[in-house]
Structures are given as C-alpha cells and as structure tokens.
Unconditional design. Sequence first.
Length: 263
Amino acid sequence: MKILVSNDDGILSNGIRALIESLSVCHDVYVVAPDRERSAAGHSLTLHSPLRVEEIDSKYGAKRCWMTTGTPGDCVKLAVNAILSEDEKPDFVISGINHGPNLGADILYSGTVSCAMEGAMMGIPSIATSLASLRNEYEDFKFASEFIAEFLNRIDAYKIPRKTILNVNIPGLEKDDIAGIAITELGNRIFTDDYEKRIDPRGKVYYWMAGELINEPENASTDIAAIRNNMISVTPVTYEMTRKNIIQDLETALCKENVCSWF
C-alpha cells in the first residue's frame, strides 16, 4: 500500500521515525510533516500566510519526505491536493506516533487526530496513533510502531466507514505488560480545567495549566479506562457532529404549526 505519514511533533521526532521505519518494511511510505512541533494545533489550517514546503532527503525508509511550515491539518491537505503525484496518492493516512496520549474530549485539541480527520474528510482511510507515555526516547516508540504496522495489516480487510477515523492509544509499557486490546468509546476529559496563577520575576501575572488526571471506573468502556488498565485503546471517531436526534425537538420548539418565520 501507499501510506501518507504525518504528525504534530515535527518531522524530526522519534515517534514519526519509528513509525516510518516499521511501515516502510512492507509499504511505500510518503511523509509530509511540520518542520517543528505543532502540538495542540487542533484542526486549524493556514489561510493568511504562505505555506513553505521543502523536499528533504528521504528518511528512515520512506520513499519521499517533505517538511512544511504548516499545521498538521495543512500537511495532509497539502500532500493530497498539491504535493503527491497521482501515482503517489495514499491508500491510507497514518498520523503519529504522538508523544503523549490523545484520549477523551481532549482529541478536539489534538494535531495528531486532526491529521487523520483531514484524511477522512478526503475519503481516505485514516488512523491516529499515540503513545500514552511521557517518555520520548526512540526506543520507547518501537513496540508501538511495530503494533501499528501489524494493526494496519489486520485492519486492511475491514473497510473503515466514511467520515470515520480510528484513534489508537498505546500504553508506554513493555510488550509483555500490555493486557490486550480494547475497542472503546471516548471518555469525557483526561484533565480537569485547573489553572495556577503565578507571578513572574517582574511582577507580572501569568497562568499555568495545572489540571489533574480524571479517574474513571476501571470497568468503564472508555479509552481513558483502557489505558489505565494497561490496554491498547482503539476508538472509532467521526467528525459528523450533527445531533440528528434532536432536530425534530428543535423544530417543535421553534416552528410551531410548521411556521418558522416568526422573526
């Protein structure tokens, strides 16, 4: 298969290196990634400044590599619509491996997830991958990258539904310490919204996000609970946000007797 790899930690990160090395054993890998860390960029796109793109020497077994000044979402959109030739267009988009988890509602801020979402929006099967660990050495990503390569082989026969990505979080543990794989739903939030007020040496006030990890019941069917139980979490996520089940209730509340021109 032809695989487009991107991330939000930058093209020189250890996570993307390990992922490319594992995927390139059996697949043609093309890389378009930010030239620096763009974590928590969310699903933003660059609209008011030029996007610089530079092709660099191929790395880690990839066929071709580019780095850009854009956001993670820019990378995938630009790769498919402007950079890759017709015979290089991807069969799959894989984003990561992110340094740190992308769990629960916090995926809304994730550049890693936005890469995969951009792929799904263009009709390409897409996976977001994260290592749920604060460790960031190359060796820390080896098992996760090997798992994703095998995961891709197994999921190839399954047609990921349109408008859907698979969000995969892997515990930062040795292989023998991982308890299995859980198919999960998104948890609520992984961190509380606490900010610590501080004073800098010049007497100016600033704030530091100091949220605490949220606990969930051990038997919860969420991605957060799975990681706490040392399991790999696989969560199907869609960007289709319409709450169709309340449309009729809104029409009843706002459009009495089928008249919706009360303004």
